[in-house]
Design a protein around this ligand. Structure first.
Ligand SMILES: *[C@@H]1O[C@H](CO)[C@@H](O)[C@H](O)[C@H]1NC(C)=O
Length: 185
């Protein structure tokens, strides 16, 4: 019996200790989707994206939401690069169009653009460096702004590119917003 009770108290000490150590840190902080999304440019778009996380977004920590959103952004940027390659090929004879789409390609591609910066975003998130995450997410938005307005070089863009770039920018805005919550918590 004494042996048993020592063992029991040892176990309860371990349980207590792990409860103390497992107190919520920023890494496991949970913020409701509607509270996060209220801070974004397009709250209903934001809710749709975060709630599309397999298994739902309820009770999911901020880091996991950021990770999921980075995946969405990567998918959107990849689709946009595919679209741009097609547009550059198709509009080869129109110098203004070609110049606009080629520039946008550099804003999205994996060498200089959003896909490269997304890799960096992933790294700093993994390192828990949320200030760098905020900066990198801001860069993503700066990257693609010209491709939404479509009128640099005096070119009025009639393609679907502005819509694609707008989706990407709104997804990047979610990453930016989550990074602010990560810094705050
Ligand atoms: C962006 O990603 C979302 C989620 O993966 C997808 O539903 C949507 O079709 C994508 N949009 C574009 C323009 O790639």
């Amino acid at each position: 019996m004494p042996y048993f009770s020592i063992r029991t108290s040892l176990i309860s000490s371990i349980v207590l200790l792990s409860l103390l150590l497992a107190r919520p840190s920023s890494a496991t902080k949970v913020v409701q989707v509607n509270i996060i999304c209220a801070q974004t440019r397009d709250p209903s778009f934001c809710s749709d994206i975060l709630n599309s996380k397999p298994g739902g977004a309820k009770g999911v920590d901020l880091v996991s939401l950021a990770q999921y959103t980075i995946g969405v952004a990567r998918f959107n940027a990849t689709k946009t690069v595919e679209l741009l390659n097609m547009l550059v090929a198709r509009k080869g004879s129109d110098p203004r169009a070609k110049s606009h789409y080629s520039t946008c390609l550099t804003h999205f591609d994996k060498y200089r653009g959003a896909l490269k910066h997304l890799y960096y975003v992933q790294q700093v998130l993994r390192n828990g460096d949320y200030f760098s995450l905020l900066k990198a997410a801001t860069l993503l938005i700066v990257d693609v702004e010209d491709c939404i307005t479509g009128d640099d070089y005096g070119y009025f863009d009639m393609s679907i590119l502005p819509q694609y770039a707008d989706v990407f920018e709104k997804v990047a805005d979610i990453i930016l917003t989550v990074s602010k919550f990560l810094i705050r918590n």
